[in-house]
Design a binder for this molecule. Structure first.
Ligand SMILES: *Cc1c(COP(=O)(O)O)cnc(C)c1O
Length: 300
């Protein structure tokens, strides 16, 4: 079972708030956190349907790409990653995520950004089938019915005592599973890593009812955007608690939880569970970006 670790800091105690992190990042060294939950049933389904190949999509730093490569290898399935950005064809070896995925056997197919936008169309998929033959298709981020089912297994009975469950959100699949399995007295708070209003509807597609809200103030300008304040926060958090955070999802969520606590959003006595969804493989890639920007690096 995944442990809940108490975040023991003086300012939380002063606020009367209890904070635990569910260390889903410890599930597996490569298939981190929620991506493991999201892939679990699709791998079973792919094999039951007689497939020997998984094909999926992602950007160059995608946790989903890294996770699919390893999970596929473990399940005895070939993996193909359709990667956004044809410029990566030359020199992708310098990208830590793609390097790791390749080490785990993933074959890449690099496409331009405009082609990538058409990835849902029959024409695009037919072309892929002509190139690669039959495959089991996993959507970007891995979000499908089976992924939601997997994420409904994140919360367990011992989590019933919490008043709030906090979770970072990209496609919204993970939080939908959490909403579906939360108790009626629990409020689920989502921290989107992307700007935009599309997420409400996406989450509603995969969940029904539930008491949940999106906190839109902590995306730091969008997906994979970062600044010095966030780097400092993540490094400090690790120093004080021993818990590493990723810069795209969990770092921003924790920054948000701390800020909300300081602003009195949570009341004395509130018990909060924050889901550590993983994503730590992304730190190396982000450090390349930080270096280019002359910003301090994330501690490894
Ligand atoms: C992918 C990912 C998320 C977002 O999950 P969605 O189901 O797409 O909302 C959150 N945290 C981490 C670490 C991730 O890799």
């Amino acid at each position: 079972m995944v442990p809940n670790q108490k975040v023991d800091l003086p300012f939380l105690k002063d606020s009367g708030v209890t904070l635990y992190m569910k260390r889903e990042d410890t599930i597996h060294p490569y298939i981190s956190g929620n991506k493991y939950r999201k892939l679990k049933y699709s791998l079973i389904e792919a094999k039951q349907q007689g497939h020997d190949t998984l094909l999926t999509f992602g950007g160059a730093f995608s946790n989903h790409i890294a996770a699919t490569a390893y999970a596929g290898k473990e399940a005895g399935l070939k993996t193909i990653g359709v990667i956004r950005g044809e410029e990566l064809e030359e020199g992708w070896q310098a990208n830590p995520t793609l390097q790791l995925a390749s080490e785990h056997g993933m074959q890449f197919h690099f496409v331009s950004r405009s082609d990538y936008r058409t990835k849902g169309t029959d024409l695009f998929l037919d072309k892929l089938k002509m190139t690669f033959g039959k495959f089991y298709l996993l959507p970007e981020g891995g979000t499908n019915d089976l992924a939601i089912k997997g994420c409904e297994e994140i919360l367990t009975e011992e989590d019933n005592k919490f008043d709030f469950v906090c979770c970072a959100a990209g496609t919204g699949g993970t939080i939908a599973g959490i909403i579906n399995s939360a108790q009626p007295h629990q409020k689920v708070l989502g921290f989107p890593a992307l700007k935009g209003d599309f997420l409400q509807d996406e989450i509603r597609k995969w969940s029904d009812g539930g008491d949940w809200d999106l906190i839109q103030d902590y995306h730091f300008g969008g997906y994979a955007k970062i600044n010095r304040e966030l780097v400092d926060f993540i490094n400090n958090f690790k120093k004080k608690t021993g818990i590493p955070l990723d810069p795209v999802y969990t770092g921003k969520m924790l920054f948000g939880i701390f800020d909300l606590t300081k602003k009195g959003f949570f009341k004395p006595g509130n018990q909060i569970l924050a889901i550590h969804t993983g994503g730590l493989q992304g730190i190396k890639g982000m450090n390349q970006v930080l270096k280019q920007k002359n910003l301090p690096l994330l501690d490894l």
